[in-house]
Design a protein around this ligand. Structure first.
Ligand code: SF4
Length: 157
C-alpha cells in the first residue's frame, strides 16, 4: 500500500505561519479522498517548518532569488531552520518507505511548482520550496492541491 507524506496544514492542523490551516478535509472536491486515505492509514502528516523548530505563529518567509536564503518579512535569516525541517521530512519519508508527497503549493517549504519571489509583494514565480526540492531529489514524487488528480490515479490500487 502506497503511503503519502502530507502537509500537516492540509490535515487541518493549525501549523501555518499565521496560526491557521488549509484543510483538504473541508475541500469541495477532495475531502472524500483525503478522508478515505486517512481511514486507510496511508497518510503521514508533518509540517517541515515546525519540524525545523520554528514556532506557530511565525513571520512569513520567502526564498530570496539572488542567494536562495530564506528571509522573514522582518529580515531574519531562517534558512537553517527550513533546511533542518526539510531533512527531517525526508527522514520520515525514508523511514516509512514513502514514495509520494502531497504538499501545499507556493510555500517556501512545500511549494512544488510555484513559490513567492522573495520580495513580499505577493508575486509568484516558478520554483520549488526547500522540502519539495529535497524530496524530489530523493525520488519522492511531490504533488500539490493543483495536481492532486494525478496522485489519485497513482494511489488507485
Ligand atoms: Fe503547511 Fe508546509 Fe507551511 Fe507547514 S511548511 S504550514 S505543512 S505549507
Amino acid at each position: 500500500m502506497h503511503k503519502i507524506f502530507i502537509s500537516a496544514c492540509f490535515m487541518g492542523e493549525n501549523v501555518r505561519y499565521d496560526g491557521g490551516h488549509q484543510s483538504l478535509l473541508e475541500h469541495n472536491l477532495f475531502a472524500e479522498t483525503i478522508a478515505k486515505w486517512k481511514q486507510e492509514k496511508r497518510l503521514l502528516s508533518g509540517c517541515p517548518e515546525c519540524l525545523g523548530g520554528l514556532p506557530v505563529p511565525r513571520d512569513p518567509a520567502e526564498i530570496q532569488q539572488k542567494n536562495q536564503k530564506i528571509i522573514t518579512v522582518n529580515n531574519t535569516d531562517v534558512t537553517e531552520s527550513f533546511h533542518q525541517g526539510a531533512l527531517k521530512a525526508l527522514d520520515l519519508c525514508l523511514k516509512h518507505n514513502i514514495k509520494y508527497a502531497l504538499l501545499k503549493e507556493s510555500s517556501p517549504s512545500c511549494g512544488s511548482h510555484t513559490i513567492y519571489d522573495g520580495t513580499f509583494s505577493n508575486t509568484k514565480i516558478s520554483g520549488q520550496g526547500v522540502t519539495a526540492q529535497l524530496l524530489t531529489q530523493h525520488n519522492i514524487q511531490v504533488f500539490s492541491e493543483k495536481n492532486i488528480a494525478e496522485l489519485i490515479t497513482k494511489i488507485d490500487d
